[in-house]
Design a protein around this ligand. Sequence first.
Ligand SMILES: Cc1cc2nc3c(=O)[nH]c(=O)nc-3n(C[C@H](O)[C@H](O)[C@H](O)COP(=O)(O)O)c2cc1C
Length: 168
Amino acid sequence: MKEFGIFYGSTTGTTEGIAEKIAQALNVDTSDVHNVGNTNVDEVDNYKCLILGSSTWGVGDLQDDWNGFLDKLAAKNLSGKKVALFGCGDSCTFGGSFCDALGTIYNDLQSSGCTFVGFIDNDGYHYDSSTAEIDGRLVGLLVDEMNEPELTDERLNNWIKTIQQEIS
Ligand SMILES: Cc1cc2nc3c(=O)[nH]c(=O)nc-3n(C[C@H](O)[C@H](O)[C@H](O)COP(=O)(O)O)c2cc1C
């Protein structure tokens, strides 16, 4: 079984770009970076650690390609697997539903048996509310390429370090 599989949904390419940066940082081959829009859910069986990414659309909705994939993923037995979440959003225009798609994925996978890794503090983020936040902690890496692109690399690299520590 391979270490990392990255699975993302992206409408305008932002989350796809972050998925590629994560792959580079973790030395993940491009063949292990999957667009959920054209991937069979059983592909996750090949990996010990799943890195799942979605942007947020509508008001707090999953990125479209996750509809259909997340249900099937949540129905699987993910015991023994680590899961890390990342997502892109807009904390200014959509500050009341910032990166809510991550909260949805987190909630929907609660019964799957997976172990979540890669929680971070919400220090330095500015939003009104997010279902990706639990008691001041974020369930994964939140990226705001619309308003704070200059913070992305540092946030991403710190998050990668957190994951590496938690899975070692
Ligand atoms: C119509 C519309 C609705 C959006 N809704 C949200 C939202 O509820 N929460 C949020 O954080 N971002 C929201 N966004 C911002 C996108 O998630 C953001 O632009 C993201 O970077 C897109 O990533 P993608 O290209 O990978 O799909 C919205 C953007 C648009 C245009």
